[in-house]
Design a protein around this ligand. Sequence first.
Ligand code: GAP
Length: 443
Amino acid sequence: MPEDKLSKIVAFCRRRGFVFGGSEIYGGLSSIWDYGPLGAVLKKKIKDVWWDTYVLGREDIVGLDSSLIMHEDVFRASGHLEGFSDLLVDCPGCKKRFRLDKLEKKDKHAYRCPECKKDIDIEKSKPRKFNLMLKTNLSATEDNPNYAYLRPETAQGIFVNFANVLNTTHKKLPLGIAQIGKAFRNEVTTGSFIFRMKEFEQMEIEYFVHPKKAAQAYQYWVNERFNFYLEKIGLAKDNLRLREHAKDELAHYAKSCTDIEFNFPFGWSELEGVANRGDFDLTEHARVSKKDLSYFDPETNERFIPFVIEPSAGVDRTFFALICNAYHEEEVKGKLRTVLKLKPSLAAFRLAIFPLLKNKPDLVELAKNIFYDIKNKVSVVYDDSAAIGKLYRRQDEIGTPFCVTVDVDSLTDKCVTVRDRDTMQQTRVSTDKLFAFIQEKTN
Ligand code: GAP
C-alpha cells in the first residue's frame, strides 16, 4: 500500500463526511478527530458486530459499561502511574519532541531527527519520562485538588468490577467481561490520522480462566480474533498478520502478547493486541484495595486468583483498516471511479433509490413510494439531487451495495433497474420482489 494512499484516505474521509478534524473551526487539536454522519454509522456497525458476536452471541461472556474517570489508586495498583510513560527527547535542531523508541539510531548515543535530520545526542539532550495518562481535578477548588484520571484502557474498569460481576451474575469460570468505550492517552507521536489518537475507543474482553488453562485460552483468542477480522469485518487475508512480542517488548503486566497487524498505508502496524496478563491485575488490585478478588471453584473446592487473557481491539483502528481495505480506485470508460468495497452489512445503506429523471413528477412519486415502502425494513437512501451517473458515483464511494433506478418503463411494467456496486451489472427486478432481492444479495 503506497504512502500517498494515506493522504487520499484522509481527504476521502473528510470529503464524504466520515472523519473531520476535532475542533476544526478553531484550528484543530493534534491527534483528536471527530466522526461525521457516515463515520458515526460505520463506527457503530463495527461496535455492534463485536458486541453481537461476543456478548449477545455467547454464554461465557457478559457486558459492562464502567466509568471513564477513575480513582488514582486504580492506576497505582495497575502500574500505570509508575510505568505508563514514554521516554521523550528534544531535538536541539528543530526543538521538536520525539519518542525515543521511534527514532532512527545512528550509533551508541546518537539518533537521527525525523524532521530536520540533525543528530540528537542523548548524552546532551537527556531523554525524560512523560506519563501518558490524562489527569483531571474533581475538586470544586483549584487550591484543594482531588485528582482522578481518565482511563488509558477500558480494562481497568473491568478488573475493579470483577467481584461485582461474579457476585451478581453467579457465573462460573471461564468467564469473559466485555466492554466498549473511550480511553485516553496523551500521545506524543502524531500525524498518523486516526491510528494514534489522544481520545479513542476500545473493545476489550478480559477472559478469566484457571491459571492452568491460560496458555490454551490465549491461543484460542489469538485465532478467534484473527478470524473475526477476516469473516466479520471483511479484511483481506493478505493485509493481516500475527506478530508475537519479544520478551523485552512486553507491557509491564503481560506474560505474552501477540499483535494482530494490518498493512496500513504507512506499513504493518498493530490493529489489536491479545495478551496473557496472568494474575497481575487482580493480585495488584486486591493488594492495594485490600479486597478479596479470588475465585472459589465449587466443583474442585479450589480458591485461586484467575489468570486473564485479553483481546484488546481499537474501534478507530478497525475503522481505519476497514476503509483502507475497502477503498478502490478504478478506471471506467476513461474516468476514475472510487468505490468502497465494504461488506453489505457494514455499509451505511443497503440500497439507494433514484428517479431517472427528477423533472417527471410521476417518476419521483413512484421512487419515493418505493423508498417509503422499504424504509422500515432496511437502511435505504433516496436521492434526486444530480444526474444518474453522479448519483451512482456518490453511492459507490460510500459503499452502498445496490442502486435502484426508477425509469419511465417502471410506471407500466412495475420493475426497476438494480445496479450492483462492484460489477456495475444491471438487473431488472419487479418492485414487489425488490426487498427479497436485496435481502438475498446482501445477507
Ligand atoms: N488493555 C490493553 C491495551 O490497552 P494496547 O495495545 O495499549 O493494550 C489496545 O491497546 C488497542 O487499542 C490497540 O491495539 C489499538 O487498536 C488501540 N489503541 C491503543 N492506543 C491507541 C491510540 N492512541 N489511538 C487509537 N487506538 C489506540
